[in-house]
Design a protein around this ligand. Structure first.
Ligand code: NDP
Length: 455
């Protein structure tokens, strides 16, 4: 259950439990109640010391973790986060979310999450490589292609996955698909880097289509996005491809706002500069942001985009947890925002979710990250399938499978929301928050009953 000093895990746990309790699930099938205390304790938590050598030849030490939360549906699967804020509460919340998210993809994956409080910012490439090797020296004994297959998350991209994969292979003398997000020439899946951002936009495409009876699409819609990392960049590119206008991006230091729309060239510039850990403030001095000497974006220091973007139709929080407050949610709705879907995990605070859910009667529709950002782990699952078969599918094949998974995920959330809605007769759109939580939970719970984890 929730231990003291676990605020983030408590928030994720409460979100699931209140979604279940506020539906007709337990009155229709009371046995599901028994699953909650079991599913909310990780099967195993591994904590380890990571000692490594910095460029000055000095010893540094960090905490390493892997939360192997639930294996009912398949090997533990979920990312590794390298960020100074990493602690067990955060990793338990992320691992818990991951269980139900993975269930919503329809693929065979359990849930897990891990990482370290190592801060990659300001570190040289050599230091990052030495840290990744030291981290994998500990983690290697606990993972495996049929046991636990980690991926990237904040602070862990293709470069880090490469270093960790190489370290594992050397230590174990074994080339197997023990990590996803690998390089495209050595076992990675096409579309994996793009998957979370693209998948998010595919999910929202269905929200727009359903809410407007097929009358509207992304075309001409103004879209506010936060973050400027992996998820934000590819969400932005897909929005632009579908004819939408991306009016904001952000990072941990501030936000950029563009009335005319951020361009693909600007996103490419951000992508390469972020690999060097540059801030948006530094990046916007590049020539693609200055036309005729005039800045094409407004920079707001220390701000998140939500209250600064003006009128928008769609908001895609894609930076980190709790990045939309109750007041920011109200401001978005007052400015006409109809669709909010999380690229980040638990992007909205409880207060923000309450505001969005209460506004369903006004045709505002909110999608929780465990459904709308499932595209990343879905393509990780497809990468595992390709590794098992020793094949590589084409871009078109993977993209079309991703699209199908996200569309089916939306339909599953929608239909489950309708089926178990306690407020069936009230006006407004069905709650995707409830639909996602209930659909993911039932799939995991049924497997746990079958395997004797709950009886
Ligand atoms: P990246 O590390 O690529 O990018 C993270 C972005 O968020 C950066 O712009 C970073 O700013 C910003 N950020 C990080 N921490 C904070 C903070 N405390 N306050 C404000 N901004 C912050 O990570 P991803 O794009 O991969 O992940 C973003 C979110 O999406 C996370 O919540 C992650 O769990 C979730 N997610 C990611 C998936 C994936 O496949 N990558 C899959 C599913 C969910 P700066 O550049 O200044 O550090």
């Amino acid at each position: 259950m929730v231990l003291p000093n676990e605020p983030e895990f408590k928030q994720a746990y409460n979100e699931l439990v209140s979604a279940l309790e506020d539906s007709t699930l337990f009155s229709q099938s009371p046995e599901y109640k028994k699953v909650i205390p079991v599913v909310s304790i990780p099967e195993r938590i591994i904590q380890f010391r990571v000692t490594w050598e910095n460029d000055k030849g000095e010893i540094e030490v960090n905490n390493g973790f892997r939360v192997q939360f639930n294996s009912a549906l398949g090997p533990y699967k979920g990312g590794l986060r390298f960020h100074p804020t990493v602690n067990l509460s955060i990793l338990k919340f992320l691992g818990f979310e991951q269980i139900f998210k993975n269930a919503l993809t329809g693929l065979s994956m359990g849930g897990g999450k891990g990482g370290s409080d190592f801060n990659p910012k300001g570190r040289s490439d050599n230091e990052i490589r030495r840290f990744c090797t030291a981290f994998m020296r500990q983690l290697a004994r606990y993972i495996g292609a049929d046991t636990d297959v980690p991926a990237g998350d904040i602070g862990v991209g293709g470069r880090e996955v490469g270093y960790m994969f190489g370290a594992y292979k050397q230590m174990q003398n074994n080339w197997s698909g023990i990590l996803t997000g690998k390089g495209l020439t050595w076992g990675g899946s096409l579309i994996r880097p793009e998957a979370t951002g693209y998948g998010l936009v595919y999910y929202v495409e269905k929200m727009i289509e359903k809410a407007t009876n097929g009358k509207e699409t992304f075309k001409g819609k103004k879209v506010a996005i936060s973050g400027s990392g992996n998820v934000a960049q590819y969400a932005a590119l897909k929005v632009i491809e579908l004819g939408g206008i991306v009016v904001s991006l952000s990072d941990s230091k501030g936000a950029i706002i563009s009335e005319s729309g951020i361009t693909p060239d600007q996103i490419a510039e951000i992508g390469s500069a972020k690999l060097k850990h540059k801030s948006l403030h530094e990046i916007i001095s590049a020539s693609v942001f200055t036309q005729g000497g005039k800045a094409s974006v407004e920079y707001i220091e220390g701000a998140r985009p939500w209250v600064h973007v003006g009128q928008v139709d769609v908001a895609l929080p894609s930076a980190t947890q709790n990045e939309v407050s109750g007041d920011e949610a109200k401001a978005l709705i007052q400015n006409g925002c109809k669709f909010i879907a999380e690229g980040s995990n638990m992007g909205s605070t409880k207060e923000a979710i309450d505001v969005f859910e209460e506004s369903r009667s006004k045709d505002v529709w909110y999608a929780p990250g465990k459904a709308s950002n499932a595209g990343g782990v879905a393509v990780s699952g497809l990468e595992m399938a390709q590794n098992s078969q020793r094949v590589q599918w084409t871009t078109e094949e993977v993209d079309s499978k991703l699209k199908t998974i996200m569309y089916e995920c939306f339909d599953n959330c929608y239909e489950t929301a309708v089926k178990y809605s306690a407020d069936k007769n009230s006006e407004g759109l069905p709650s995707l928050l409830k639909g996602a939580n209930i659909a993911g939970f039932i799939k995991v719970a049924d497997a746990m009953f079958s395997q004797g984890d709950v009886f």
